[in-house]
Ligand binder design. Structure first.
Ligand SMILES: [Cu+2]
Length: 462
């Protein structure tokens, strides 16, 4: 539950005649979120108006206005994040979740962020991509001392240019980012009533999420923080499919997707059924003359891409990272390829010696999605998700864009699976075939039939 305690009254109007207003005013009470659901957009009740974003499996941090300044309170702390149903990770984050809440402000806003450190070590917050005074840039040792455990620091600056930004620690960041400390920041353009920004088009739906990666052994809950490349969980906002919510839009909506990458590799993010343009980066909106249609945007490490498109095709459209290993959950990388190897006989012999031996991937790996395999407690299956036609067989960085004619403006609820008009679904050919189709035979010769029991790596399938 989002405990949206109202800030008014928190300070009970202390007379602040001669004392520093920041030092003496009570902190805004921190707002904590404990659920990983996608929260509806937070309509601004105070400050300049703007069209809010929707954070996938996340939320926007409420603020209080104090003498014309927008005040936020971030709390860096250990959190339990449900990454997918049945799988909880012990991460570090902000205000109850990893990633932290999205911060939304308007160009020209003066912003004050209180950051309380409830971790056992120093932290800081770097406001990735912002124009700000150097001493507010959040680099421990370089622009400020680290925030000691138990202490609260104050950052204050004017959100000078509109765009999409991120925040993350610049203190022991290998560990703190591997543990899930990051968040989104949106600075909406300041517009006079009825005015249009030359480069930032108005959209009907505006979604944002961060790409992140974890290395958590099957059966455990805490990430291995030394991992550099061989992560086994590829997430969007610290969720993995089928834990990532689908994105629900109305037919002919103008849609914006803001995607930031705080992993250690690039992610080609691919949308089915539509073309988008890259309308912005963390450097700001792109000139219109520089935009061309794409269906995949490669998002490099430390980058943000803002993708705009018209949702003019009804259906359930896959939306995913195009690196096929990033649409899988924890698995054993040490598994040999068994496609085409007929090991019926050898498996029988092995089973006499190793009773729990399981023949893997003889026809490909898809069998894994339908197999009832015993998994250690607190482990997400490698490939999962069920659609209207059966197992989807995906994990990791995968979701679905649902475009519906009947979706109401401003309604973000799940419309269910698409009901395809008759005659528009791929179907089986039932006429006569020139030759009967047979499963591919095993290659006759030169096959190394060496059955190894998958082990090592983060192998959890036996
Ligand atoms: Cu990827």
């Amino acid at each position: 539950m989002l405990s949206r305690r109202i800030f008014m009254g928190a300070g009970a109007a202390v007379a602040t005649a001669a004392v520093s207003k920041v030092a003496m005013s009570a902190l805004p009470e921190p707002v904590i979120q404990t659920k990983p659901d996608t929260m509806p957009p937070l309509m601004p009740a105070t400050g300049r108006p703007y069209n809010p974003v929707v954070t996938l499996n996340g939320w926007t941090l409420p603020w209080r206005m104090k003498d014309g300044v927008k005040e936020f309170h971030l709390v860096a702390e250990p959190v339990v994040r449900e990454m997918a149903p049945g799988f909880n990770a012990h991460l570090w984050g902000y205000n109850g979740q990893s990633p932290g809440p999205t911060i939304e402000v308007v160009e020209g806003d003066r912003v004050r962020i209180f950051v309380t450190n409830k971790l056992g070590e120093l932290t800081s917050v770097h406001w990735h991509g912002q124009r700000l005074p150097n001493g507010m840039d959040g680099v421990t040792g370089l622009t400020q001392p680290g925030i000691p455990p138990g202490k609260t620091f104050v950052y204050e600056f004017v959100a000078r240019r509109p765009g999409t930004f991120m925040y993350h620690p610049h203190a022991d960041e290998m560990v703190q980012m591997a543990m899930g400390m990051m968040g989104f920041w949106i600075t909406h353009p300041k517009l006079d009533k009825g005015a249009r920004h030359p480069l930032i088009d108005e959209v009907d739906r505006d979604f944002c999420f961060l790409l992140n990666a974890f290395d958590i052994e099957p059966g455990s809950a805490t990430p291995k923080v030394m991992t550099m490349l061989d992560f086994n969980l590829w997430g969007w906002n610290s969720r993995i499919y089928p834990g990532i919510d689908s994105l629900h839009v109305r037919l002919n909506d103008k849609v914006r997707l803001r995607v930031g990458n705080l992993t250690m590799t690039n992610h080609p993010i691919h949308l089915h059924g539509h073309e988008f343009v890259v309308s912005g980066t963390d450097g700001g909106p792109t000139p219109k003359s520089s935009r061309w249609p794409e269906v995949t945007a490669d998002i490099a490490v430390g980058q943000m891409r803002q993708l705009d498109f018209l949702a003019d095709e009804e259906g359930d459209w896959a939306f995913h990272c195009h690196k096929s290993h990033h649409t899988m959950n924890a698995m054993g990388h040490g598994v040999p390829t068994m496609i085409g190897v007929d090991h019926t006989d050898v498996a029988r012999k092995i089973t006499r010696l190793v009773p729990d031996y399981m023949v893997m991937g003889e026809r490909g790996m898809k069998d894994m999605t339908e197999m009832e395999m015993p998994l250690p407690d607190n482990t997400a299956p490698m490939m999962a998700g069920t659609g209207p036609f059966g197992a989807i067989g995906m994990g990791g960085m995968f979701s679905v864009l649902k475009v519906r004619r009947e979706q109401k403006p401003g309604d973000y609820s799940d419309p269910g699976w698409f009901r395809h008009p008759p005659g528009t679904v791929a179907y089986e050919f039932t006429g006569a075939l020139p030759e009967p189709a047979r499963p591919a035979p095993a290659p006759a010769a030169a096959v190394e039939v060496k059955a190894r029991k998958p082990a090592g790596g983060h192998g959890n399938h036996h």
